[in-house]
Design a protein. Structure first.
Length: 132
């Protein structure tokens, strides 16, 4: 709330400040951005989860904008070589190598991730059984 006090010194009252933010699009833009992001994550999360599971990767339940997964594939290292950064969770208390966290992004970004994971599976001598 400190930022409100700083800005309120310029304005005569809180309602005037809120009206100013709305007039200049600050409030509407923030709200629509959050709503659009939530809609995107809700649409893409189950789709990405099912596609990863079809590749043989264990995906844990999630309501967030990321998925937590477990696999024996060296995803962090291999995806980094391909220009994709994911979170290696092996340093989390109680976890070990093979636990990762990936962000749920736009469909085209998720497709690129899935394509690269398929490539990693094939390069490790595995077969991709996903039906797409």
């Amino acid at each position: 709330m400190a930022w409100v006090k700083d800005r309120l010194s310029f304005f005569s009252s809180a309602p005037v400040y809120v009206a100013w933010r709305f007039f200049y699009g600050e409030i509407n833009h923030e709200s629509s951005f959050r709503a659009e992001t939530a809609r995107l994550v809700q649409a893409e999360r189950p789709r990405l989860k099912e596609r990863l599971k079809a590749l043989g990767i264990r995906v844990f339940p999630s309501e967030a904008n990321y998925l937590f997964l477990k696999t024996e594939l060296p995803l962090y290292e291999e995806l980094l070589k391909r220009g994709i950064l994911i979170r290696d969770c092996s340093n989390y208390p109680g976890l070990r190598k093979g636990f990762y966290r990936i962000a749920v992004k736009r469909r085209e970004e998720n497709e690129r991730l899935l394509e690269q994971i398929r490539g990693i599976i094939e390069s490790q001598g595995g077969k991709v059984h996903e039906g797409n």
